[in-house]
Design a binder for this molecule. Structure first.
Ligand code: MGD
Ligand code: MGD
Ligand code: SF4
Ligand code: MO
Length: 749
């Protein structure tokens, strides 16, 4: 008999609602859930293959342990945890806690278990050597926004459903389905901007799918967005177009410093470096200022470049100076149901974002967001001396493919005394582990988007219960993380995790009851924990967060409010309305103001100014940029036959003029090389590329060696990150430069 289940897709930030048809314990059909409060039936090819991912025969279903011959083979959970415990103790005794490290990959952001139990595990280990995908991704945006608004999750989100003007830099949401902007069916939402008489402009060195659908597209030289944005800011001041709006009266600090800093960046001064003429830059500035409402949005093309943090800052400055911060149609702060640092505590009581509180040992790269940039991980492992990293745990990460110079990192991983991977595959990274702990399939655990409700264009809440029961031989990811926490805490490999979990629940409830702004202030934490009943694990903690959150039932004080039970009764989610103005209530800077000219940002402006006097980074040569592909998910999902056999492959897109210039024909095999390495792949001529720029997607290069991803290995592609350079970073955050890498191209053979 067929049954229907509703579930949020955990694969990307769009968080689409899916309708699953289940027959005889198998998913026989997946389509978009037409009643989903946010996605209203939208789905992409990846979401439609969630069943295939569940069924994938290569997906790990037992732990794996490296045997005496160095080969990974299946083992029991006890054997896995016993080995970890033994090595953990040995490394700890000999070298202390700073010898341990962790890499948290992209899927952690989509995992309730990972989000709730990952950090406590890191705390139990007690190392500062924490790395994550943030430093090959959005850390610059989080730092820029954190310095301006007070917390690393104070990210402004374009209110695209009401805006009259959307300026997009370095993002291709029609393919990526949006990032730091949860907005399923971006194409539909974008079309409505036009129907309202609005305009969409895309700034990108490639005429992306989004640029194709926009009203206007401007080619820009890779890495020059900070200059372009500064020239817009310069124009706004020069032409008297700075009007932040009455609603921000008395709430902005540093506007004079911004004006002074912008002086050298006239449209004329930046035009050549950007490849955009001065008059066009002025026109865009005037259009943004004149639009009834406007939102400026930048994504991966603007963060993973040498001035990622400055670009992110300038993008917000344009919105602020044109009166578009915190008002409908501009950029706004969502109010997520489980709360965030900017819904908790008293406004005006913020401590602000601190950065560079410590530095990595070997490369001396500064801490941001409590982490170190993954760019220095290999050096921190390979450089001998006090504090050398000797152990790594990866959680849902494949840094060998996703980070620059992954080949060197791979060699470093083989020198570790203990490497653990929590993953669903034996792949390019996990093959270096001593122990692989399998995570269940997405359909074998419940789901709630703690992170993406913070970045959504509409406030909403949606909970997905488990579709298939966890197989008896499996542990859930939170149980694995708790077992590892117990080992790090000295409780050994067989610890009963129940009491530890109870302790977490009590601790969370206690934080609420102690907080003067919480609806449960002053109550007994044990009473709250008792009230959430016999739930355990992340669901129990989620229930507490929801009930104490901004829409919560407050454990009785607001009886119609949210609880997990209420979400369970609403399988298509609950709409919590459009974004609403949240300033000053959301600000957590020490001053209680929006800090337009935070010191670390201003300090980096001189480096940008020096760009005006220097030659472009690769003269007449080529610059390499990346792109997303509809049927890929970073470095994985290439093992799903229906996705990988589609029309997209791992190719280098080259402007026909460059093809001719360098003797590389359309469809020909080409060698692409940088100062760090070279790869061979098929060249495709495309006038969508700006001349002088080539594009290669990341996440490929499945060489098949000692991995068990057989479909992916048959569609290997090349690893573009072999061309990356761990020395090329955004100075403030240490985030890797993935866009704008100097390269050469030649016909292969
Ligand atoms: N050149 C270049 N490099 C890039 C980028 C780029 O634009 N250009 N983009 C960067 C960005 S934005 C990001 S976010 C990173 C992503 O890079 P990573 O953080 O490495 O993440 P993924 O590549 O998504 O790899 C995810 C890993 O998690 C495993 N996995 C999948 N589902 C689960 C699960 O439910 N549980 C667990 N435990 N594991 C799971 C997969 O098998 C895979 O090994 O790549 C970055 N690398
Ligand atoms: N299908 C699919 N969806 C995904 C992913 C995936 O792998 N596949 N990955 C997910 C992840 S982890 C993330 S972080 C998001 C990323 O989401 P997006 O940022 O929307 O992803 P991209 O398609 O890489 O878009 C980046 C754009 O920046 C452009 N670009 C490159 N360099 C520059 C530059 O210097 N200046 C400007 N202005 N533009 C530049 C590129 O040409 C490209 O069009 O996507 C998510 N969604
Ligand atoms: S757009 Fe993202 S969330 Fe929606 S179905 Fe596709 S992968 Fe899933
Ligand atoms: Mo990402």
């Amino acid at each position: 008999m067929a049954t229907t289940e509703f579930r949020t897709c955990p694969l990307c930030e769009a968080t689409c609602g899916l309708e699953l048809t289940i027959e005889d314990g198998k998913v026989t059909k997946i389509r978009g859930d037409a009643d989903d409060v946010l996605s209203a039936g939208f789905i992409c090819p990846k979401g439609a293959n969630l069943g295939a991912l569940h069924e994938d025969p290569d997906r790990l279903r037992t732990p794996m342990l490296r045997n005496a011959d160095g080969v990974l083979e299946p083992c029991s959970w006890d054997e896995a945890f016993e080995l970890i415990d033994e090595r953990f103790k040995r490394i700890d005794a000999e070298h202390g806690r700073q010898a341990f490290s962790a890499y948290l990959g992209n899927p952690v952001a989509h995992s309730l278990s990972g989000l709730i139990y990952g950090r406590p595990m890191l705390k139990a280990i007690g190392t500062r050597n924490v790395f994550s995908a943030s430093s090959v991704d959005q850390a610059p945006k989080q730092v820029a926004c954190g310095l301006m608004y007070g917390t690393s999750l104070s990210i402004t989100i374009p209110d695209i459903d009401r805006t009259d003007y959307l300026l997009i830099l370095g993002a291709d949401p029609l393919v990526s389905n949006g990032s730091l902007m949860t907005a399923p069916n971006f194409r539909g939402r974008m079309k409505k901007i036009g129907e309202r008489g609005g305009k969409v402009v895309v700034v990108d060195p490639r005429r992306s799918r989004t640029a194709e659908a926009a009203d206007e597209h401007l080619f820009i030289h890779p890495g020059s967005d900070a200059l372009f944005c500064f020239a817009i800011v310069n124009t706004l001041f020069a032409e008297g177009l700075v009007t932040p709006g009455d609603h921000l009266d008395g709430l902005l600090s540093g506007i004079e410093q911004v004006e002074a800093a912008a002086v050298p960046f006239t449209p004329e001064a930046v035009a050549d470096r950007c490849g955009i003429d001065a008059e066009t830059i002025r026109r865009i500035a005037r259009e943004v200022a004149a639009a009834p409402s406007a939102a400026v949005y930048g994504r991966i093309g603007t963060t993973t470049q040498p001035f990622g943090t400055l670009t992110s800052w300038l993008i917000d400055l344009i919105s602020i100076l044109t009166g578009n911060l915190d008002r409908p149609g501009g950029v706004m702060f969502p109010k997520p149901p489980a709360g965030t640092p900017n819904t908790q505590g008293e406004p005006g009581s913020g401590r602000g974002l601190k950065i560079h509180r410590w530095a990595s040992r070997a490369k001396e790269r500064g801490e941001v967001l409590g982490e170190l940039p993954v760019n220095c991980l290999a050096d921190e492992i390979l450089t001998p001396g006090e504090g050398q990293i000797r152990s790594l745990i990866t959680i849902g990460g494949n840094p060998v493919l996703s980070t620059p110079n992954g080949d060197r990192l791979a060699r470093a991983l083989d020198t570790l005394e203990l490497m653990i991977s929590i993953d669903i595959y034996l792949n390019e990274t996990s093959r270096h582990a001593d122990v692989i702990l399998p995570a269940p399939s997405a359909l074998e655990h419940s789901h709630f988007d703690l992170v993406f409700t913070v970045f959504s264009v509409r406030n909403y809440a949606n909970f997905s219960p488990t579709v298939f029961p966890l197989p008896p031989e499996m542990l859930d990811e939170w149980e694995v993380l708790l077992r590892l926490s117990a080992i790090a805490g000295g409780a050994g490999p067989h610890a009963d995790i129940g009491p530890v979990d109870d302790f977490f629940a009590l601790e969370l409830a206690g934080r609420e009851t102690r907080s003067s702004s919480s609806p449960v202030h002053g109550r007994d934490p044990a009473e709250l924990v008792a009230e959430v009943g016999d739930r355990s694990g992340p669901e129990r903690l989620l229930d507490i967060m929801l009930r104490c959150g901004p829409y919560g039932d407050g454990f009785g004080s607001n009886p119609d409010g949210l609880s997990l039970a209420k979400l369970e009764a609403n399988p298509h989610g609950i709409d919590l309305g459009p974004l609403e103005p949240r300033i000053p209530e959301s600000l957590r800077t020490p001053s209680g103001l929006v800090e337009l000219a935070a010191e670390p940002l201003l300090a980096d402006v001189e480096r940008l100014r020096a760009e005006l006097d220097s030659a472009p980074s690769n003269g007449d040569g080529l610059l390499l940029i990346g792109r997303r592909q509809l049927r890929s998910n970073n470095s994985w999902m290439h093992n799903i036959p229906k996705l990988v056999s589609g029309p997209e492959g791992c190719t280098v897109l080259v402007n026909p003029l460059d093809g001719e210039r360098f003797g590389v024909a359309d469809g020909q095999r080409a060698v692409l090389s940088s100062a760090r390495g070279s790869i061979e792949l098929t060249a495709v001529h495309s006038d969508a590329m700006m001349p002088g720029v080539v594009s290669v997607p990341h996440g490929w290069g499945h060489d098949g060696e000692e991995t068990e991803i057989n479909v992916a290995s048959a569609h290997a592609g090349a690893n573009v990150n072999l061309l990356g350079d761990t020395e090329l970073v955004d100075e403030i955050t240490g985030t890797a430069v993935l866009n704008g890498i100097p390269v050469e191209i030649a016909a292969a053979g």
